[in-house]
Design a protein around this ligand. Structure first.
Ligand SMILES: N[C@@H](CCC(=O)N[C@@H](CS)C(=O)NCC(=O)O)C(=O)O
Length: 228
């Protein structure tokens, strides 16, 4: 059975969505990042990057949410576009766009808005601007088609949903007004029973919720180590 190392954060939740959509049997293993579980040697042996999610599937160890989505899609043959060079090129482009653009910039936007010890207007604006720009590109695409790759629900939509459902946290209340097409897709996916189960997975374990000194020490290690 697949071992799924997770928390309730956006990147694990998109993998939970796939596992639930595909009906794959899996064992959820909580990694409480606010308590520092991600730095334990046994977890670092699975994901040397000390982040969630990761999976262990027999002798295959896969980390990084979008790599896991691609691995599971290729393994099961599910939630992929047709197998042509054109469709595969589109799949890889948009999956990497979510992996290298949407996710990191949305994550940094949340960090500088909510967690940075000082209010740095430059950083807040830079990451919000880029996150908004990325979501705007996606919104324009979704004005012309139902899903990211056309008429079929794929792993690109799942990868996007992980972050899009948090748009008010990334860009502030009222931000949905700018992305009506993306909202339509996000709402459609959130209404799926598999999405409800993916979101509810975090309630199977009592994760730490306080962002206190212990949590900051585990998640923001740059606070105690100056490298620049
Ligand atoms: N590129 C990675 C990023 C993973 C990531 O940043 N995970 C966050 C949760 S969404 C995490 O583990 N944070 C804990 C930490 O930074 O210590 C992926 O897509 O899986």
């Amino acid at each position: 059975m697949i071992k799924f190392y997770y928390s309730g954060a956006p990147n694990p939740t998109k993998v939970a969505l796939f596992l639930e959509e595909a009906g794959l049997p899996y064992e959820p293993i909580p990694v409480d990042t606010r308590k520092g579980d991600q730095h334990k040697p046994e977890y670092l042996a699975i994901n040397p990057n000390a982040k969630v999610p990761a999976i262990v599937d027999g002798d295959a160890v896969v980390f990084d949410s979008n790599a896991i989505l691609l691995y599971l899609a290729e393994k099961t043959g599910k939630f992929l576009p047709e197998n042509t060079p054109k469709a595969r090129g589109e799949l890889l482009s948009w999956l990497m766009f979510v992996a290298s653009g949407v996710g990191p910039y949305a994550g940094q936007s949340v960090h500088f808005r909510n967690y940075a010890p000082e209010k740095n207007e430059y950083a807040i604006n830079r990451y919000a601007f880029e996150a908004q720009r990325h979501f705007g590109i996606i919104d324009a695409r979704l004005a012309k088609q139902r899903y990211m790759l056309g008429g079929t629900y794929t792993i690109v939509d799942m990868a996007l949903w992980g972050w899009a459902r948090l748009i008010p946290v990334v860009l502030g209340e009222g931000a949905w007004d700018k992305f009506q097409n993306l909202k339509r897709l996000t709402d459609e996916i959130s209404a799926r029973p598999a999405a409800a189960r993916a979101v509810a997975l975090k309630d199977k374990h009592k994760f730490k919720t306080e962002m206190d000194d212990e949590a900051r020490k585990a998640m923001f290690r740059h606070l105690t180590e100056k490298v620049a």
